[in-house]
Design a protein around this ligand. Structure first.
Ligand code: ADP
Ligand code: MG
Length: 339
């Protein structure tokens, strides 16, 4: 029997840090590691003295499976129980967000290399098969926010101007104008992930630069209807957002000018709003403080799945290389505010 879902007692935002290994190019350039970490104590130290503690700290040799099991699997389970959930990958361009999130085409990857998204989709369909007491309807959408404009990556012909974020009478956030696709298998959802990632990169000549300035949000909507009699509720709906955030690097580093400079500023304001929301959520129960969701499209879109009765995990991706020390420190400070 499906009954109303109880209030979560551990709904706070969890924060993990994942360090990627030095890249071939960095080794050739003789980069040194400037970060030390202790997974046991969940600590990261930059240089000699800047030490931070998080819920999880993953060193460069930790694989995709371990990150998934520790950070994301419990969220998939709570999503099947009816709770909204959000996973966010934060960090400078090249720090491992897309690798961690698995939000690009994973066709050519071996199983152990698969990121979070394919694992979530696999786990979801497996759980649905095993679930005997309810009927499931699964839908998904894949959008990108670039310069405060929303693009439907599964239907790129839809003009951004016809897409609106609305709040319905239940306080649920709805993306009007974005078509949700009904999906009935792991394979079909993987095809949509692939389609959306391809659409994300075409239409932009400098794909890497484009993806570093936009947020990509893959959303899975799970509706379940009890097939037993005498249930209190007909349908329970839960949303799972998987977000590959824009690069967190500062505008000055990329030497951006003109239009690109404007883009960098807009992106930083989305990440700024997210930081403000997440840090207000950390204080919420103590002070009942206002949570500033309306400061950006990103936070508005995630409003009903960040805080409240939902689970959130932010994975801050960092590079160990000394040339990235300044950005790594910025990332850890940002992530630290979220705790
Ligand atoms: P971002 O999306 O943050 O710009 P990417 O995910 O594209 O960064 O990662 C940059 C490069 O580093 C890619 O070549 C990727 O394969 C590699 N990489 C990232 N994280 C890891 C990791 N944990 N282990 C091995 N290689 C990684
Ligand atoms: Mg990326």
């Amino acid at each position: 029997t499906i009954s109303p879902i109880p209030v979560l007692d551990d709904a706070a935002v969890r924060v993990a840090v994942r360090a990627r290994p030095l890249l071939e190019k960095e080794i050739q350039e003789n980069c040194q590691e400037c970060v030390t970490y202790s997974s046991d104590r969940s600590e990261v130290t930059v240089g000699k003295e800047r030490r931070f503690t998080f819920d999880h700290v993953f060193g460069p040799h930790v694989g995709q499976e371990e990150v998934y099991m520790a950070c994301v699997k419990p969220l998939v389970e709570s999503c099947i129980a009816g709770y909204n959930a959000t996973v966010l990958a934060y960090g400078q361009t090249g720090s491992g967000k897309t690798h961690t999130m698995g939000s690009a085409n994973s066709n050519l990857l071996q199983e152990h290399e698969l990121g979070i998204l394919p694992r979530v989709i696999h786990h979801l369909y497996k759980s649905i098969e095993e679930h005997k007491k309810a009927e499931f309807l699964v839908k998904c959408s894949f959008v990108e926010i670039h310069n405060e404009e929303i693009k439907d990556l599964l239907h790129p012909e839809t003009p951004s101007k016809s897409i609106f974020i609305r709040e319905d009478a239940n306080g649920d956030i709805v993306l009007a104008g974005v078509r949700e696709e009904v999906v009935t298998s792991f394979e079909d959802m993987m095809k949509l992930l692939e389609l959306g990632s391809t659409n994300r990169t075409t239409g932009s000549t400098l794909m890497n630069q484009h993806s570093s300035r936009s947020h990509a949000i893959f959303t899975i909507i799970v509706e379940q209807r009890s097939i037993e009699e005498n249930t209190d509720i007909d349908v329970i709906t839960a949303k799972f957002h998987l977000v590959d955030l824009a690069g967190s690097e500062r505008a000055k580093r990329t030497g951006a000018v003109g239009l690109r400079f404007k883009e960098s500023i807009t992106i930083n304001s989305g990440l700024l709003a997210l930081g403000n929301v997440i840090s207000a959520l950390g204080d919420e129960r103590k002070r009942g403080q206002h949570v500033p969701y309306r400061q950006s499209k990103l936070t508005r879109l995630l409003q009903d799945s960040l805080g409240g009765n939902s689970r959130t995990c932010m994975i801050a991706c960092i590079s160990l290389a000394d040339i990235n020390q300044e950005e790594t420190l910025n990332t850890l400070k940002y992530a630290n505010r979220a705790r």
